[in-house]
Ligand binder design. Structure first.
Ligand SMILES: [Zn+2]
Ligand SMILES: [Zn+2]
Length: 588
């Protein structure tokens, strides 16, 4: 690369073109540090780095298709799992009691999640390797580009930022948190060296924000190297799901909830599948399932999660003391606790550290998603507003929100904790959010009904982020009518696929009326996608019309939703027989 640059330079000089500022300092950028852009480092979220399994010789373990075996969140070996579980499952079914099934379940979990365990100094000890990219996107091979684009679709939403200014910091989500913060600190210096730029942008997503937050606390001087920080759904004060799990509040360990409520409300299954699972659960007595789940959760929490300081950094500060007492009070965990105590202090100072950045002139932005209840794994899942994964208090740095589906009390007055301009209205039009109590009311963008783990399918968030990393024209939520403070969440994955389908239709063969409707539906879809201010029903309407037009054009089968016929049966069983399995019912 350097040789290639030197060659280009020679050609330019020979051609008599004066390239101001080009010096021979050995940078890898075309600008050599002299351009209006800032190198930008993405610090991705949970599981958004390739962490792969290696064998005892350090070679990649590959699956049947030749793909590297992923270690996140677990290393799944179907054959081995079947071998472990099949015999005890059959025996338990026949005997209608726990004939080794719950223990086999723990073995299966150990075989899968064990690769992510840490030692008692919180250092990962599993046979895993994190793929690192110590160079810019311009130098990524096809596989690396694919990994990055799965999480952040740069190819789909191009940014003006030159590719040799774009970096993706990878890390093991179960890794040692202090080491990760130190690694990021060094990575920033590496980017400065490679690009020739003194200041960089940081884009911490979700868990990545905990690493940035730690680095800001351990190395406040790093602020001098930053131009802009764009937080995207940041886990700055952890996730309440982890807080619940680490304080013994797991919902599905309550058997009544497991059989009646958990699956219906999990929102990852359709209703028919949820009811079917509830009915199938009863092929074994409830105590068999409960033993397996209790032992499984104990293993995962005690042996994997609470040995990882990366996971501890996702515990909200308000839950930390109780969680640490529960899982870190034994002497053998003292080294882990010393490290998590340190992050706990950083976490409590995180908002002050961010305010200090702003004082230094660093631009700080935030993107928050709300009105999506947390996944119902922790008991407090519906006590607070959230984005399915993180409570909004954490991502918004303290904004005030009603609970999901409710609004702030009538007559609620904007608190203006952090906004000093009386002309600003930081109350959301839906009456749910008071952004003025969040640390950054003027630079925080809110997206209603947006699910955290589907952020990469929200084209508006991506367009805004791609703009913010390349340009400085958007300074706050008032800079552009295209990007207001309050917007809707959306998922454009399906409509983009439908548009691809429509593009493949040979319209010459269609009847005029069918052809006309398809063209109209395509135009409507493109119109919706061209707008960055979303009205809640515009996308679903356009999607439904396009889907229907494609069905009429014979390019797609109609969607049929399986009816939830088992729901009344499952409810009947629960009402009359509680959580008993079928064999117990027969005995009665
Ligand atoms: Zn540059
Ligand atoms: Zn304001």
């Amino acid at each position: 690369m350097k040789r290639f640059l030197a060659f280009c330079l020679t050609v330019l000089l020979l051609a008599g073109i004066c390239t101001a500022g080009v010096s021979a300092k050995g940078t890898e950028t075309a600008c050599d540090g002299n351009c209006a852009f800032y190198p930008t480092i993405i610090v991705p979220g949970l599981g958004q780095s390739n962490v792969v399994v290696v064998d005892e010789n350090g070679n990649f373990v590959r699956d049947k298709d030749g793909k590297k075996a992923s270690a996140f969140p677990a290393y799944l070996q179907t054959g081995k799992l079947l071998k472990t579980l099949l015999r005890p499952a059959l025996l338990s079914l026949m005997m209608q009691r726990d004939v080794g099934l719950s223990d086999a379940f723990v073995t299966a979990l150990r075989d899968s999640f064990g690769v992510n365990t840490c030692d008692l100094n919180a250092n990962p000890i599993g046979p895993v390797q994190t793929e690192k990219y110590p160079y810019s996107y311009a130098r990524y091979n096809a596989e690396e580009r694919e990994v990055v684009n799965t999480h952040i679709p740069f190819e789909l939403y191009p940014t003006d930022l030159p590719r040799d200014h774009l970096y993706y910091f990878t890390y093991n989500s179960f890794g040692n948190h202090i080491s990760l913060a130190e690694e990021l600190f060094a990575y920033i210096q590496m980017v400065q060296q490679q690009t020739g730029h003194k200041k960089v942008n940081l884009v911490p997503l979700s868990q990545g924000a905990s690493i940035v937050s730690a680095m800001l606390d351990y190395h406040p001087e790093i602020g001098d190297c930053l131009h802009k920080v764009l937080f995207v759904v940041p886990a700055l004060d952890g996730s309440r799901i982890i807080g619940d799990v680490f304080t013994g509040r797991v919902t599905f360990l309550n058997k009544d909830y497991l059989y009646h409520g958990f699956l219906e409300n999990i929102r990852l299954l359709d209703a028919a599948t949820a009811s079917l699972l509830e009915v199938v659960l009863r092929i074994l007595p409830d105590e068999v399932w409960m033993a397996a789940l209790q032992k499984g959760v104990n293993y995962l929490v005690e042996e994997v999660m609470t040995r990882s300081t990366g996971m501890w950094a996702l515990c909200p500060s308000g839950d930390y003391k109780a969680a640490a007492k529960r899982y870190l009070s034994s002497p053998d965990r003292a080294n882990i606790k010393a490290q998590t105590d340190r992050y706990y202090q950083a976490q409590k100072r995180s908002r002050a550290n961010i305010a200090a950045l702003q004082k230094k002139g660093v631009q700080v932005f935030d993107m928050v998603e709300y009105d999506y209840a947390l996944i119902n794994v922790g008991e407090r899942w519906n006590d607070t507003n959230g984005d399915f994964i993180i409570q909004t208090d954490s991502t918004s740095m303290g904004a005030t929100l009603s609970r999901v589906g409710e609004t702030l009390p009538q007559g609620y007055k904007q608190q203006n904790t952090h906004c000093t301009n009386p002309a600003h209205n930081h109350l959301s039009p839906d009456g749910v959010v008071d952004a003025s109590t969040g640390l950054l009311p003027d630079t925080t963008f809110y997206f209603k009904n947006q699910r955290h783990d589907l952020t990469q399918h929200n084209d508006i968030i991506l367009k805004l982020a791609m703009n913010l990393i390349a340009h400085d024209d958007i300074r706050d939520v008032y800079s552009s009518p295209d990007f207001p403070q309050f917007n809707n969440g959306r998922n454009v994955k399906n409509i983009l696929e439908l548009l691809d389908k429509a593009a493949d239709v040979n319209t010459k063969l269609l009847l005029p009326s069918v052809k006309k409707e398809l063209a109209g539906a395509v135009a409507q879809a493109n119109e919706v996608l061209s707008k960055t201010v979303d009205t809640a029903d515009a996308l679903p309407n356009a999607e439904a019309r396009l889907s229907k037009a494609l069905v009429r054009a014979g390019a797609k089968l109609p969607e049929v939703q399986a009816p939830d016929v088992l729901a009344p049966f499952s409810a009947f069983l629960f009402k009359h027989f509680g959580t008993n399995g079928y064999s117990e019912l027969l005995k009665k």
